[in-house]
Design a binder for this molecule. Structure first.
Ligand code: 6R9
Length: 639
């Protein structure tokens, strides 16, 4: 094998891994039923998959099984390891730290479950969670799961409009938010933004109650009858709350993500299949052990936070670390201190963080011990071989396997990686599909590509963690994922398979931009820009960026000639989507390159914005081929 980094052996996979791959191939039904034994069921499933990627499309796992996700994450561990740490919360300042044992976490989840029940939340109702990285975020998710409510975790960086859109779409009846969120030296007004969001829902508002977690204890306006203090409410309840027994295919949560059309997509994850996937992948990918302190740095509002901050490690009985703060605040290397202080053994982060750390003096990382680390992982964007090697050498001290994990909100958990201790890592490559994962590369006509080659990254068979549908829009689910390569799930990514069967992810082939691991739909941005009435039309594209992976660039065509205020465009994006999506650069142009049928040719805009002017391809299909030269000139002038 070429370029293999770890372990130094001729055979890139372990015997155990090979055996699992073969068993999964031989009899998938048997294999996945055996994996279901990881969980405690009220009714054992007798069947694994009843999924079908053709026709109307049906994703269905363990459909005759019954279970409760919170019970799986808590009660069975309370039985045999009540005093083991379930959750370590580390605040952004040193003095702020709290360790919750399994018994304590169970109690706090139960109290909140009882509050929600008292507020009339029923099985199947949606509850929105809008919290920073505090223990209450995890507690809230598990409390929903316990009473059969569907949690909808919303990103703290969304604007009021972004929140309102998701509150309306999900029909959330209760919101759990914070007074404010700490972000380094800044404070984010969570409650105030949520108040605005609920106001924006107008007649479509479904929110009856807002529970406010006192993160700093800041005084915030409370609306009589609607808003309640989280602390006061949980204090009224007992630490025992009978779990709601759910069907395996009942939704555990909705999670919104960006796609190539404007409206965000609410992916619906199941209770049984998702939890099996969280357990299986957490153990396989990270070679997880019960005494691990597992730190996944993702925000809980991201799928990575759902599966590897909360469900995976807890269902497997491990200890999770929830860290409130930023990587380099109040001092550079803060995250390395958090690892040392909490004896973190598995560290799972993103290439963006690694790139930022690489820019600091190596003395910052070298001055820390990091001796507790055993396994490293990355997720969210492609990691360059250079960053991979830095992570392996400087953070892992040449002794910890690095799992670059490729997966998506839609897949529920990791799909392609170099499983720690079982698959040799290769800098820059994601790795091999997990056992039972049927990755294919197809050409644009839907034909499978065999052997070495590059194509659309698809899956030929369902897997337990697959999202079941889009919230209240199954047809959009079918069209988005199953029409490009009929009979296959299409991920939206392109990939290359090398001679050793390893996959190298080449990035999105649709109109989604990945800024520091944030998935941003260009249509979302364009919809927001359209709110600026001085703009006729706009086109958002992604360009390569050293630190962020990709950066967002927007071409705008103003209504009137003369002075144009680009800051208004930024304001429109901040208001419509959130500050995190504000473009890196705005180019003011007289027109956009379009086909004769009026379609914007984004491929050309991407090349122009990235100053990659070779191989512009055939311009003769453009309505106005001269626009290209003009745009090149204007972009150069505005840089
Ligand atoms: C888990 C998560 C999914 C998109 C995905 C792809 C990109 C994720 C990656 C990666 C290259 C990796 N992506 N992991 N690209 N290498 N290891 O990120 O979910 O937010 O839904 O994003 O992120 O483009 O399609 P999500």
């Amino acid at each position: 094998m070429v370029d293999a980094f770890f372990p130094a052996t001729d055979n890139p996979v372990s015997d155990r891994y090979q055996d699992l791959v073969q068993r999964a191939q031989r009899d998938p039904e048997e294999f996945w039923l055996a994996q279901a034994q990881r969980l405690a069921w009220h009714t054992q499933p007798m069947q694994a998959s009843r999924s079908d990627f053709t026709g109307d499309v049906r994703i269905s796992w363990y459909e005759d099984g019954r279970l409760n996700a919170a019970e799986n994450c808590l009660d069975r561990h309370v039985l045999y390891q009540p005093d083991n740490a379930a959750l370590i919360w580390q605040g952004q300042e040193d003095g702020h730290r709290e360790v919750l044992s399994y018994r304590e976490l169970h109690a706090r989840v139960c109290r909140l479950g009882n509050v929600l029940r008292r507020l009339g939340v029923k099985k199947g109702d949606r509850v929105a969670i809008h919290l920073p990285m505090v223990a209450e975020g995890v507690i809230s998710m598990l409390a929903c799961a316990r009473i059969g409510a569907v949690h909808v975790v919303l990103f703290g960086g969304f604007s009021a409009e972004g929140l309102a859109e998701r509150l309306k779409d999900s029909g959330a009846v209760v919101v759990i938010t914070a007074d404010v969120a700490r972000r380094g030296p800044k404070q984010i007004p969570s409650k105030a933004t949520m108040d605005d969001a609920i106001k924006l829902c107008g007649a479509e508002n479904t929110v009856r109650n807002v529970l406010v977690v006192p993160v700093t204890g800041a005084a915030v306006p409370m609306q009589e009858g609607r808003d309640l203090s989280y602390t006061a409410e949980v204090a009224l309840e007992i630490p025992d709350c009978p779990p709601e027994v759910m069907n395996a295919c009942d939704p555990l949560f909705l999670l919104y993500t960006s796609g190539s059309t404007g409206r965000p997509k609410g992916l619906v994850h199941s209770t049984g299949g998702y939890l099996v996937w969280a357990s299986f992948t957490h153990e396989m990918v990270f070679d997880a052990k019960p005494n691990d302190v597992f730190w996944c740095t993702a925000d809980t509002s991201w799928i990575t936070g759902h599966t590897y901050v909360v469900y995976g490690p807890l269902v497997n009985g491990g200890t999770i670390l929830v860290y409130e703060g930023l990587p380099s605040w109040p001092q550079p290397g803060r995250w390395w201190d958090v690892i040392d202080q909490n004896q973190v053994s598995v560290f799972y982060t993103s290439p963006t963080v690694i790139r930022a750390a690489m820019r600091e003096d190596d003395a910052v990382v070298q001055s820390r011990s990091l001796s507790s680390l055993r396994v490293l992982g990355t997720v969210g964007e492609p990691i360059s071989p250079e960053a991979w090697k830095w992570f392996y050498t400087e953070v892992g001290r040449n002794a910890c396997p690095v799992a670059d994990t490729w997966w998506q909100t839609e897949t529920g958990g990791v799909m392609i990686t170099a499983c720690a201790q079982n698959v040799a890592g290769k800098p820059g490559a994601a790795g091999l599909p997990l056992p039972g994962v049927a990755v294919t590369l197809t050409d644009t006509k839907g034909q499978d590509i065999a052997g070495e080659g590059e194509g659309l990254l698809c899956l030929a068979q369902s897997w337990p963690g697959q999202a079941m549908t889009l919230w209240q829009d199954h047809e959009r689910f079918r069209k988005t994922y199953f029409s490009t390569c009929p009979g296959h799930y299409f991920s939206g990514d392109g990939a290359r398979r090398d001679a050793t069967g390893y996959y190298w992810i080449t990035g999105r082939v649709d109109d989604v931009v990945n800024v520091s691991g944030h998935r941003i739909g260009t249509a979302e941005i364009e919809d927001a820009v359209a709110e600026d009435h001085a703009v006729v039309e706009s086109a958002a594209v992604g360009v390569p960026h050293d630190l962020k992976g990709q950066a967002l660039v927007v071409f705008v065509v103003p209504k009137a000639e003369g002075a144009f205020d680009a800051t208004a465009v930024n304001k429109a994006v901040a208001a419509g989507v959130g500050r995190y999506a504000v473009p890196e650069k705005i180019y003011v142009v007289p027109d956009l390159p379009k086909t004769r049928s009026g379609k914007i040719v984004r491929r050309l805009l991407r090349k122009i914005a990235a100053n990659d002017l070779e191989n512009m391809g055939d311009l003769s299909t453009l309505a106005d081929p001269d626009i290209v030269a003009e745009l090149i000139k204007l972009v150069a002038q505005q840089n």
